[in-house]
Design a protein around this ligand. Structure first.
Ligand SMILES: [Zn+2]
Length: 249
């Protein structure tokens, strides 16, 4: 069984959780905001397979100062029960449909990077296309080594820079039908690769109308194995080892 390196477990119905967990060795459960952090904490206390990450998803309105302070205080108080800071990042998709000033989002991301540094935790990033370069600027500025760019998409420039810095990516089930993700798999070293579902986010192609669950990662492993010219067992072993190494599991 595989490790799901990025899932929004708190967004599923409570009764679905044990069934989802049956399909994975471990899951890295990320959070969207304070309420989501509290739910993720409960899940991690209830199930040993659930490793909690706490953060604020960037594809939504920014928290006000009071909300931000409450979230940061809460994360510091629960630092012993977290595996990483995440999901945090920059609002790439929101920017396509809203007129927004990205500067306060960048400032918030920098605060989360400093928090990860303070708590000695890895950071889980939502930073795609040109935003990946901004994230790299901030990570490099603060000398951060343990960064996981989940569902990464971006330029050759970003790919080269991230590989040079030893940053990890995770491959989503859309690698089965998206040429862009297949191209990324060929370019990125297997040693810096994990797999994820980003569930409950839905997928297309062979996953059309299916509820997203960790068993979908088996298909991603097949694609990775084919593109890297190795067996599925080798791909599964390496990706699992990478995830254990990165998250200190
Ligand atoms: Zn996510």
């Amino acid at each position: 069984m595989l490790i799901d390196a990025h899932i929004h477990l708190d967004q599923y119905q409570e009764e679905e959780v044990p069934l989802l967990l049956d399909e994975a060795q471990t899951v890295i459960a990320v959070s969207m905001d304070l309420q989501s952090c509290e739910k993720t904490l409960k899940l991690s206390r209830a199930y040993a397979k659930v490793k909690a990450a706490y953060g604020f998803h960037p594809e939504q309105s920014l928290p006000n100062d009071r909300e931000k302070e409450a979230l940061f205080d809460w994360i510091r108080q629960h630092a012993s029960e977290m595996i990483a800071v995440g999901e945090v990042g920059l609002p790439y998709y929101r920017k396509q449909t809203h007129i927004l000033d990205e500067r306060p989002f960048i400032a918030l991301l920098e605060q989360f990077i400093l928090l990860a540094q303070e708590l000695h935790k890895p950071i889980v990033l939502h930073a795609v296309y040109e935003d990946a370069l901004i994230a790299c600027d901030l990570l490099e500025k603060h000398g951060i080594k343990k960064a996981h760019f989940h569902w990464f998409k971006g330029s050759e420039e970003a790919i080269v820079r991230m590989i040079h810095n030893g940053y990890y990516i995770s491959i989503t089930p859309d690698c089965v039908y998206e040429a862009e993700i297949q191209d990324l798999i060929t370019k990125y070293p297997l040693e810096l690769m994990m797999v994820e579902t980003d569930g409950p986010w839905p997928f297309e192609g062979p996953f059309d109308k299916a509820r997203t669950s960790p068993s979908m990662m088996a298909k991603s492993i097949e694609v990775i194995a084919t593109l890297k010219g190795i067996t599925t067992q080798e791909a599964a072993n390496t990706v699992t080892r990478n995830t254990k190494l990165f998250y200190d599991l």
